[in-house]
Design a binder for this molecule. Structure first.
Ligand code: ADP
Ligand code: MG
Length: 299
């Protein structure tokens, strides 16, 4: 664990870049992204399609390697790991839940067999893995569906199984990429409830990626990615059962290590800012003015 200012972070990303090269074309999926996630935190990353969310998750899960920057997960520096260590990391330290409801599960295996499968691959003895798989399916609310195959389960139930599978071997980190993308909003909410109760029961650190901003009602911290960079951060008051969405307590624009920040899009449009702007320092704050504004000293 990396400690800084008394906080213990499980994930630290600094100035992360990912550039995909297709023939002569370069696509910059992440451009200097910074992110810190505390141990045991349940947080969400939101952003428009194409903003770099999946790229970031793939990097955190050891499925992809950044072009530049720093990624620390637990004690590991993901950029310095051998490909063999990355395989072990993926198997033992990360659970994944994907958007494609069916894609998370093996169709001809029961819920129980699906949840046992990763434990077979890790060499767990039969009774131990059976007990663990049952425990996880109970934890996601599927105790009555152990013998059901995916095709007999609803979409929401299949995602619950997928979560049980992802957490079967008790990884410290759970990554979910648009886990409710194919579900209706009520089912989506119940899936977010499952994430929350697992986070509380097992202390697993959970990062949920979505472009559905309704998730912002469900977690305490939401980070917005825009153009491959973290741009906004909202903190909510903790939600109590049945209390409805927590109020947003504070909203921040993220200032990165290099001093860059992304102004909210609607502010830019309102003042028609482009190209160059004037940045003026006052005693305890900074103002930003359109380049052509003349009277700024008089105001
Ligand atoms: P999101 O998950 O937020 O929709 P992605 O991380 O999938 O965003 O994509 C970010 C950008 O990187 C997009 O412009 C996308 O087209 C590009 N991209 C993602 N994966 C690849 C890849 N394997 N090859 C080339 N470009 C990619
Ligand atoms: Mg995506």
């Amino acid at each position: 664990m990396v400690s800084s200012q008394g906080d213990s972070y499980y994930i630290i990303c600094e100035d992360l870049f990912k550039i995909y090269k297709i023939a002569d074309l370069e696509v910059v999926a992440l451009r200097g992204l910074d992110l810190k996630v505390k141990l045991g935190e349940l947080m969400a990353i939101v952003g428009a399609s194409g903003s770099g969310k999946t790229t970031l998750l793939n990097i955190l899960g050891g499925l992809d390697i950044p072009t530049a920057g720093r990624v620390i997960v637990g004690k590991r520096d993901l950029l310095k790991m051998s490909s063999r260590d990355l395989v072990t990391y993926r198997r033992r330290d990360v659970g994944f839940v994907w958007q494609q409801v069916g894609g998370n599960l093996i169709p001809y295996l029961s819920a129980l067999q699906n949840a046992e499968l990763p434990l077979i691959l890790l060499g767990w003895p039969q009774r131990k893995r059976r007990r663990r798989a049952e425990e996880m399916l109970e934890a996601v609310g599927l105790a009555a569906r152990l013998r059901y195959r995916p095709d007999r389960l609803s979409g929401g139930e299949q995602q619950r199984v997928a979560i049980a599978v992802a957490l079967a071997n008790n990884p410290p980190l759970l990554l979910a990429d648009e886990p409710t993308g194919e579900l209706d909003s009520q089912t989506a909410e119940s899936i977010f409830d499952v994430f929350r109760s697992l986070n509380e029961a097992y202390g697993v650190t959970i990062v949920i990626v979505t472009h559905d901003i309704r998730i912002t009602d469900e977690v305490e911290r939401v980070v917005t990615i825009r153009d491959g960079r973290t741009s906004l951060e909202a903190i909510r008051e903790p939600r109590f059962p049945d209390a409805g969405p927590g109020r947003i307590l504070d909203e921040f624009v993220v200032l990165d290590k290099a001093g860059r920040l992304q102004l909210p899009k609607d502010y830019i449009e309102k003042l028609n800012l482009k190209g160059r702007v004037r940045v003026l320092l006052a005693d305890d704050h900074i103002t930003v003015w359109p380049e052509e504004s003349q009277k700024r000293e008089d105001r």
